[in-house]
Design a protein around this ligand. Structure first.
Ligand SMILES: Nc1ncnc2c1ncn2[C@@H]1O[C@H](COP(=O)(O)OP(=O)(O)OP(=O)(O)O)[C@@H](O)[C@H]1O
Length: 260
């Protein structure tokens, strides 16, 4: 039987700022099993980042329940097994006085504690992730001197250094050039083969169809959750309804499709 990694039950969330109450999520039920590669898609403002932040406990739940590997997420204690790349990694890096290697190694502090020295094994793992993300030449540079795409690859390396069994990625390839995007998805597919569970927020429908095995479409509500093949068969009318504006599916290279 499949093991549930994330189980979301009746999640609703409303931002209560001074001016208005914006319901961002309404009654979301979603189950993600071990080894799944789930793409979370939806238009701007559809609640994707809000959902990720609730799952990771960055924001407090208002309504509903979240379970991680069967534990209520308030009691879940193994956060070090979850690698996370946020949408905002790039802006965090600006003006941060640390080298690329130091930033990547800081991904181990959840596991080792703040003041532990890094072992030879840790440094070997550092070399492995530098190579995986093709950033060996950047290792001694100051993080704030890098381009947006390079910085993003450093933060992906940081998320991977722990060998996480769960990866949560919020638009991780924004600003990364096509060649490195392709290499990044090759890395994800390798991890998927090792049964790493992946939850990826993306606007790239081509990636969804090519790489993810499941797709969840959000627009306040969860409008669709199914396999990538079922997603492909949704058709333009259904997709336009989910996105709230007209969409057309266009085929590329015979086996690839994307939305425009
Ligand atoms: N801190 C906040 N205060 C008030 N409203 C917020 C806040 N953060 C997000 N929202 C609102 O909640 C809704 C969902 O936002 P969220 O960032 O989760 O969407 P998203 O799907 O991740 O969008 P995008 O694709 O643009 O990143 C939007 O209407 C947004 O304006």
């Amino acid at each position: 039987m499949s093991e549930a990694i994330f189980e979301l039950k009746n999640i609703s969330y409303t931002y209560k700022d001074k001016l208005e109450h914006t319901p961002a999520l309404k009654n979301i039920n979603l189950k993600i099993d071990k080894g799944d590669f789930v793409a979370l898609v939806g238009p701007n403002g559809s609640g994707k980042t809000t959902l990720i932040k609730l799952i990771l406990g960055v924001m407090k739940l208002q309504k509903g329940e979240i379970y991680i590997k069967g534990d209520n997420h308030q009691k879940y204690a193994s956060w070090q097994e979850i690698g996370y790349v946020s949408q905002k990694s790039n802006s965090f890096a600006k003006g941060f006085p640390a080298s690329v290697s130091e930033v990547i190694l800081s991904g181990l502090t959840k596991q080792k504690g703040l003041f532990k020295r890094f072992s030879r094994k840790d440094k070997k793992r550092l070399e492995e992730v530098l190579e995986l993300l093709d950033i060996q030449d950047l290792k001694d540079k100051n993080i704030s001197s890098l381009s947006g795409g390079q910085t993003q690859r450093v933060f992906i390396a940081r998320a991977l250094i722990n060998r996480p069994s769960i990866l949560v990625l919020d638009e991780p390839t924004v600003g990364i050039d096509n060649q490195h995007v392709k290499e990044f998805y090759d890395v994800l597919l390798k991890l998927k083969k090792q049964s790493v569970t992946i939850l990826l927020v993306t606007h790239d429908i081509g990636v969804v169809v090519d790489h993810a095995n499941e797709v969840a479409c959000l627009n306040g509500h969860l409008h669709f959750h199914g396999t990538n093949h079922e997603f492909k068969n949704l058709g333009e009318a259904e997709l336009s309804k989910i996105y709230g504006f007209p969409l057309q599916l266009v085929s590329h290279d015979h086996d690839r499709e994307c939305c425009v």
